[in-house]
Design a protein around this ligand. Structure first.
Ligand code: NAD
Length: 470
């Protein structure tokens, strides 16, 4: 996206070209604003370059490898061979295609693209050091901070991008490790455990809480843990990783439990996935003196404005959940507001998806959240073991569960575990936003045989009208 020299003035300066920043830039450009989008690293941000996209590309490859080798019950016998270098080359091609496409969309919308590090000099001026080392100054009317987040690094761990890794380094590993230790059983830890166990790696996960996915529904956690265990993943719960040493070709991680028991875990490589933190220290924010939250996110209102009226913040730097689709949504809202339109994040619910096997997807309230919020929740459920489509694709694990407000007869939330949960949740997201009743969904004709029939049946179940589960 290089340009010869950045402009000297712009209406809207957007710092950070991840899913938040580029969505804001394209939309603001479409709305006729004069926009400059700058990024010091890779265009497309963590999501496109080191996160969502490379991980999902490799997960889809791992699914093929694993499925082909584990379908004896269907009469299929195969022993796939993986060429890791070729696989990474294919994955890099997917990333390049998407990042090039986004750059083109920015250019089409009239957005000025700048390869460089930006630092605020004062409330309307920024210094830019472009990747060729040259210094520039840019004045701006309004700014959007979209600097994202970075992996939390454990202080005593010798991160070296080879044996001791953050999730950012995983997708350029030299080879598939024989033994991999993952610290943290959150989103990233579990997706990586799924990926590498399916590629044949012996995976161990150490987690200081007593189960996977702290804070998630017990029922969902249990399904995910059990399935990962069936893939051969070993868990060490209640273990806090405290230290790490690299000894010749081995990494040794020490953990400690609450009762003081110390254990050493040995692997070829380790990945630390213990959370992410907002990037607020590289852009001269101290000059602007913006208000922050307790956890050091930039504090924003429903229009994504910070404590300075002309400075907006979106995405991971502006708070949880740190998800790409939340960042893009805020990018859209910020762009609309910058263009003088009425927009707000207030009525948006943010879905969550974890790409384990089976996938997990949630939206809105769980049964316990709904009860705590004062609703009278009614639950409808359809297990995939009763779905024709799930059986014909040999993926009978999981269920669709919907949570309905008995009084208003509206859908409050849904939890889905199973194949294509990430896609199925879309129907329920729309139903919730549109205020549809379970009857609206159950009385709508769904094609047969499909996974989506399980959404219809779960809604029917809340009305005692399900025909495939009774
Ligand atoms: P996380 O907060 O989801 O999980 C981190 C885990 O590490 C926690 O379970 C915590 O108890 C554990 N932990 C912390 N310190 C530890 C220690 N010293 N020893 C052992 N365990 C320890 O964080 P993550 O998995 O790194 O993910 C970061 C963010 O990335 C998430 O907030 C998520 O929003 C986002 N993400 C989303 C997706 C997706 O949407 N599919 C995928 C990946 C990441």
């Amino acid at each position: 996206m290089a340009m010869s020299s950045p402009p000297t003035e712009t209406d809207v300066l957007i710092i950070g070209a991840g899913p938040g920043g580029y969505a804001a830039a394209i939309r603001a450009g479409q709305l006729g604003l004069d926009v400059t989008l700058a990024d010091a690293d890779a265009f497309g941000g963590v999501c496109l370059n080191y996160g969502c996209i490379p991980s999902k590309a490799l997960l889809s490859a791992a699914d093929i490898v694993h499925d082909a080798g584990h379908r004896e019950s269907m009469g299929i016998y195969a022993d796939p061979y993986i060429d890791w270098d070729e696989l990474l080359e294919w994955q890099a091609g997917v990333v390049a295609r998407l990042t090039d496409g986004v750059k083109q969309l920015c250019t089409n919308a009239g957005v000025e693209l700048v390869d460089g590090r930006v630092r605020f000099v004062d409330e309307h001026r920024a210094a830019i050091t472009t990747t060729d080392g040259a210094d520039h100054e840019l004045s701006f009317d309004r700014a959007v901070v979209a600097t994202g987040s970075r992996a939390v690094e454990l202080e005593t761990f010798p991160f070296d991008e080879e044996a001791v890794l953050t999730s950012r380094d995983v997708f350029s590993m030299a080879d598939i490790p024989r033994r991999l230790l993952i610290v943290g059983a959150g989103y990233i830890g579990l997706e990586l455990a799924t990926l590498f166990s399916k590629l044949g790696t012996a995976v161990r996960v150490v987690e200081f809480e007593d189960d996977v996915l702290p804070g998630w529904d017990d029922n969902l956690r249990e399904r995910i843990r059990e399935h990962l265990e069936s893939l051969g993943v070993e868990f060490a719960f209640g273990h806090r990783a405290t230290d790490c040493t690299v000894e010749s070709s081995e990494v040794v991680v020490s953990t400690e439990t609450d009762d003081g028991t110390e254990t050493e875990h040995t692997a070829d490589r380790i990945v630390v996935a213990v959370g992410r933190q907002p990037v607020t220290d590289t852009v001269g924010l101290e000059t602007l003196n913006l208000e922050t939250t307790e956890r050091e996110f930039l504090d924003i209102d429903e229009q994504c404005r910070t404590s300075l009226d002309h400075v907006f913040a979106i995405g991971d730097v502006a708070g949880e959940p740190m998800l790409a689709h939340k960042a893009s949504t805020e990018g859209h809202v910020a762009a609309e507001v910058l263009a003088g339109r009425d927009a707000s994040t207030a009525d948006q619910q943010i879905p969550a998806v974890i790409f384990t096997d089976p996938e997990v997807a949630t939206i809105g309230l769980s049964e316990s959240d709904a009860a705590a919020a004062g609703y009278s929740p009614l639950i409808g459920e359809m297990p995939f073991s009763a779905s024709g489509r799930a059986l014909t694709t040999n993926s009978p694990e999981g269920f669709v569960r919907v949570v309905v407000d008995e009084e208003a007869s509206t859908i409050l939330g849904a939890q889905i575990v199973g194949a294509d949960a990430s896609e199925l949740v879309g129907e329920l997201i729309v139903a919730i936003r549109a205020g549809l009743s379970p009857h609206d969904v159950s009385a709508t004709v769904h094609p047969h045989p499909t996974f989506s029939e399980a959404v219809m049946e779960a809604c029917a179940d809340t009305l005692d009208e399900a025909v495939h589960t009774n």
